[in-house]
Design a protein around this ligand. Structure first.
Ligand SMILES: Cc1cc2nc3c(=O)[nH]c(=O)nc-3n(C[C@H](O)[C@H](O)[C@H](O)COP(=O)(O)OP(=O)(O)OC[C@H]3O[C@@H](n4cnc5c(N)ncnc54)[C@H](O)[C@@H]3O)c2cc1C
Length: 474
């Protein structure tokens, strides 16, 4: 027998929208709380930045989005969209490229929300400030009108729901690198969360810490105006600093050893530079300040847990769930799979394993994952590496994928630390494997050679019994 429940969804970004749609399709009553005045979350670009550019001040006014003006997606539109609502280029639009700019993503999400009839479910300008269990399957949600926020809904209101789905994103609360000597270093520090445009870096010497998409994008964005850009990356080889083959003024170093009071920064490779700005492109923290679970769900060094398949805390399932915690995957289709799973479990149509079975699954995955990744920090990184090891028989740190593209030969090593470029060609590796049906796995690599982005779609029709993250949808 199935049940229809009253469900609160927190957040109207891509994950909240997909949750609202799936829950409503399943017959549940849905209320979406959104503290901003529009839908789209991350994809609402704002020129505003936080008053503290390192975002360390707990009393600062939060700016949700971390987008920079030049950002284009790092996934091709063909892979990025919801699986039943393709992200197609609109004829006559100014930009129909495969890797669209952020404004087009926002427009796509707005179209999705409008055509799915979701706007009426959303209470705009309302922030959830407290979520607390009142009894089994009863959650008190305290919400408050944001100063200056618009939209309907009540301010300072407490309401009881049968379930809560947390869809608040995880790219707003910055993580910064620890640098010996930084307190006496006189330059400016900031986090990529507060980077928007390159103009302020005209003629400056900038150190970018990190090697993920933001570090790669921002270093190129500012290289045209800055005097020098030094990238400090854990995955860079030791020895002498390397020059970026495509940019005269970008230098790639291993990590920073120390910052000094005279303004210099010393790198592990022995070189040093007199630096104006250190930009931390060092990622973000999971942060749920409103969630009160009596210690049942915790965030420990960026692991949210314990969570079954990154979604349900076994002790509170199915009444509390999270969407979108996983990283290194294709977000929108994953949000949909998670949403449908949650909606089906809440109605009773899909059964979860017992609490004990879920807890056992969590510890098994943790042990396996911690052998390969940096734990607990990488808990929510999808197990691409393990899957490839398992499916193709690669051993840890020796998986090499080779392909040719336009005369250039590319390699990618699948290693303990993730995906690393092994040639002069620069690459952003992004892969997601998901499964709609058991054992049917597809994946996409997006990679970049010089300034061109390429997409390689891989379909594997194999049996993969150790796949961590599939959702059974019927
Ligand atoms: C720089 C950058 C580039 C990216 N590039 C890509 C890309 O190319 N392709 C891709 O697929 N993904 C990309 N992503 C990932 C992107 O975050 C996801 O695609 C997706 O937008 C996340 O959606 P979400 O709904 O989970 O979170 P968000 O989009 O962050 O939405 C969360 C929403 O929750 C609301 N909220 C938060 N707290 C509360 C509260 N207490 N009460 C009420 N409302 C609240 C926020 O206002 C926000 O609207 C990128 C992310 C970043 C930061």
């Amino acid at each position: 027998m199935t049940a229809n429940r009253r469900i609160a969804v927190i957040g109207a970004g891509a994950s909240g929208l997909s949750a609202a749609r799936a829950l409503r399709q399943e017959g549940h009553f849905v209320a979406v709380f959104e503290r901003s005045t529009g839908i789209g979350g991350t994809w609402i670009y704002s020129t505003a930045v936080e008053s503290d550019h390192l975002s360390a001040d707990p009393n600062r006014k939060i700016v949700h989005s971390s987008l920079y003006d030049s950002l284009r997606t790092n996934l091709p539109r063909e892979s990025m969209g919801f699986y039943d609502y393709p992200f197609v280029a609109v004829a006559g639009e100014e930009d129909c490229r495969r890797f669209p700019g952020h404004r087009e993503v926002l427009r796509y999400l707005e179209d999705f929300a409008r055509e799915s009839g979701l706007y009426g479910l959303i209470r705009f300008g309302i922030e959830v400030v407290r979520v607390e269990m009142e009894g089994e399957g009863r959650w008190a949600v305290l919400s408050r009108r944001v100063a200056g926020g618009g939209g309907g809904g009540a301010a300072d209101e407490s309401e009881v729901f049968d379930g809560v789905v947390v869809c608040v994103g995880h790219y707003t609360e910055p993580r910064v690198a620890e640098i010996p000597g930084i307190d006496s270093w006189p330059g400016k520090q900031m986090h990529s969360h507060n980077y928007r445009v390159p103009e302020p870096f005209q003629g400056q010497v900038v150190v970018i810490i990190g090697s993920a998409s933001s570090a790669t994008d921002i270093s190129k964005d500012i290289a045209g105006l800055a005097k020098e850009v030094h990238i400090a990356s854990r995955s860079a080889p030791g020895g002498t600093p390397m020059k970026d083959p495509a940019h005269e003024n970008i230098f790639i170093h291993s990590m920073i050893v120390k910052a000094f009071a005279d303004g210099t920064v010393l790198f592990q490779d022995g070189s040093s530079a007199f630096v104006d700005v250190i930009m931390h492109c060092t990622g973000y923290k999971y942060h749920f300040p409103f969630l009160k679970t009596n210690g049942i769900v915790n965030v420990d060094d960026n692991r949210v847990g314990p969570l079954y398949k990154h979604v349900f805390p076994p002790l509170l399932a199915p009444y509390l769930s999270f969407i979108g915690l996983t990283t290194k995957m294709i977000p929108f289709p994953m949000f949909q799979l998670q949403s449908k799973w949650i909606a089906g479990v809440l109605s009773g149509r899909i059964k979860l394993p017992t609490q004990e079975e879920m807890m056992e699954d969590i510890s098994k995955i943790c042990i396996r994952k911690c052998n390969l990744l940096d734990c607990p920090k990488d808990t929510h990184t999808i197990l691409t590496i393990i899957i490839l090891n398992t499916v193709i028989g690669w051993q840890e740190n020796v998986g090499i994928l080779k392909w040719k593209s336009g005369g250039s030969s590319c390699f990618m090593q699948i290693g303990k630390t993730g995906l690393q470029s092994q040639t002069g060609s620069e690459m952003t590796g992004m892969m997601m494997i998901w499964s709609k049906k058991l054992m049917n796995i597809s994946g996409t690599f997006s990679f970049r050679i010089k300034d061109c982005k390429f997409n390689l779609v891989i379909l594997l029709m194999v049996r993969c019994v150790t796949f961590e993250n599939f959702y059974i949808l019927v």
